[in-house]
Design a protein around this ligand. Structure first.
Ligand code: NAP
Length: 273
């Protein structure tokens, strides 16, 4: 994917266009800072510009919206990413939906969400579920007729991921904190997409032979190391294949995001002709 993006960036540059991502960060949250740093590095490696916009924790909502409106209007900016969650005094949905769907490279606006649920329209698919699909496609894992269990029903991961699996003809069960017999639901699936947001939650007893496991979780464990929602050692002994953490879904998510920026820049060039 990165190679593909790199080639597209070269073509754009020959036409005098440098793809540019604008990031919006409110406050000094550690994980936002680390994500921002990682994104800057990834953008640099693909010759994509990254304009970092930072605001104090107590920024007024109007100020944030005014800056987003400016970025929407700025022809040099092709993609906009807002680090979430935003502080409690800000209406997050209003901020999310203030982003022009054509620049919504993170797939967070209602228009982008509609794209995930209807399979078309403006906006980009949410990056993390799309990254899961890219991984399945890359390893030629055919979802047709397979049972998939998605654990988590957030709009960032679980719900759009379930829609994408249905689109690929899987039979999908969406599990959440009120699901009874979670262990059985997970054990019974051919494809497991774990997005519960709890470090090492799924030990080996949740799995059965032949399963494909996508571990979406990202956490820092007691030893200060990155880990996922799945206990990798326990699962690896049982399943057919599992994405690692780090170096799995998270890494592909960054590649998806950058590809969206490049695609947004290509679309802007086409529009200006
Ligand atoms: P979230 O909004 O907190 O959602 C977690 C989901 O898990 C909820 O639907 C919740 O159910 C469900 N859940 C929690 N405890 C459960 C339990 N004991 N049994 C069954 N279901 C349970 O989290 P998210 O934003 O979707 O993110 C999920 C994970 O993915 C996090 O670890 C996050 O850091 C990671 N993530 C990774 C990437 C990446 O690029 N790799 C991107 C985004 C997020 P209810 O709805 O009933 O509360």
């Amino acid at each position: 994917m990165q190679q593909r993006s790199k080639e597209a960036v070269e073509k754009l540059r020959k036409n005098g266009v440098t793809p540019c991502l604008a990031t919006f960060r409110v406050g000094e949250n550690k994980s936002d800072l680390s994500y921002e740093k990682g994104l800057l590095k990834s953008c640099q490696s693909l010759d994509i510009m990254c304009e970092r916009k930072a605001f104090p924790e107590d920024v007024a909502q109007e100020e944030l919206l005014r800056n987003i409106a400016q970025a929407n209007e700025d022809p040099q900016i092709h993609g906009i990413l807002v680090f979430r969650p935003l502080p409690a005094h800000i209406d997050q949905a209003q901020v999310e939906n203030a982003v022009n769907p054509e620049k919504d490279v993170d797939g967070m606006t209602a228009a982008s969400m509609a794209h995930a649920f209807t399979g078309g329209g403006p906006g980009f698919l949410p990056c993390t579920p799309q990254a899961c699909m890219e991984i399945l496609d890359y390893y030629q894992i055919d979802c047709k007729g397979k049972k998939a269990a998605v654990i988590g029903r957030s709009l960032v991961v679980g719900k759009p991921a379930a829609m994408m699996l249905v689109e690929r003809n899987a039979t999908v069960t969406i599990c959440h904190s009120k699901t009874e017999n979670l262990r059985e639901e997970v054990r019974d699936a051919d494809i497991v997409l774990a997005a519960v947001g709890r470090a090492g939650f799924f030990d080996g007893s949740y799995f059965s032979p032949g399963q494909i496991v996508l571990d979406v979780g990202i956490h820092v464990n007691a030893q200060g190391k990155l880990c996922g929602d799945v206990d990798q050692t326990g699962a690896e002994a049982v399943v057919e294949a599992i994405t690692p953490v780090p170096g799995g879904v998270g890494s592909v998510t960054t590649s998806v995001l950058l590809e969206h920026v490049v695609k947004a820049a290509c679309a802007a060039v086409r529009k200006s002709w």
